[in-house]
Unconditional design. Structure first.
Length: 150
């Protein structure tokens, strides 16, 4: 249910509802991907991070998958965000190009059931996830394979 622009609410164990009146300006995968790229540029772990629609040949690829992105209203209102990261090398000679696979879930208690509170909670959850992933990337950075031709 997280594949569209509508906010999603979890109302029961197997019951999700889309809010067609309150929508994001972009798809959650796009928003999280852009936020991740901006975060990584600010962290300066790599010399540059660029999106898919560019003419650069990247040394490494980072795939970001949004697994959960909703408001959980079953007990108390919470924003739930789960993101999985796959970092790989682009070197075709490497047998296993996957450098790291990391999955994070954050639940942020909301002040109320409003769409605004949900969006703020999701932003906070994503910021916490990116902060944790940044620390992991710094550890990976010391062991990354050298770029092609170097």
């Amino acid at each position: 249910p997280f594949d569209g622009k509508s906010l999603v609410y979890r109302l029961g164990d197997q019951r999700y509802e889309k809010d067609f009146y309150n929508i994001y300006s972009a798809l959650p995968n796009e928003m999280v991907g852009n936020a991740t790229r901006q975060w990584l540029n600010n962290a300066q772990i790599f010399s540059m991070t660029v999106g898919q629609g560019n003419s650069f040949f990247p040394y490494y690829n980072l795939q970001v998958s949004v697994e959960e992105f909703y408001g959980d209203y079953r007990v108390r209102p919470e924003a739930v965000v789960t993101v999985e990261f796959f970092l790989s090398a682009t070197d075709p000679q490497k047998r296993n190009p996957v450098i790291g696979k990391n999955r994070y879930t954050k639940r942020i208690t909301l002040k109320d059931n409003s769409p605004q509170a949900l969006v703020l909670g999701q932003q906070e959850a994503l910021a916490q996830i990116l902060k944790e992933y940044e620390a992991v990337l710094y550890k990976y950075a010391g062991n990354l394979p050298p770029p092609l031709g170097q």
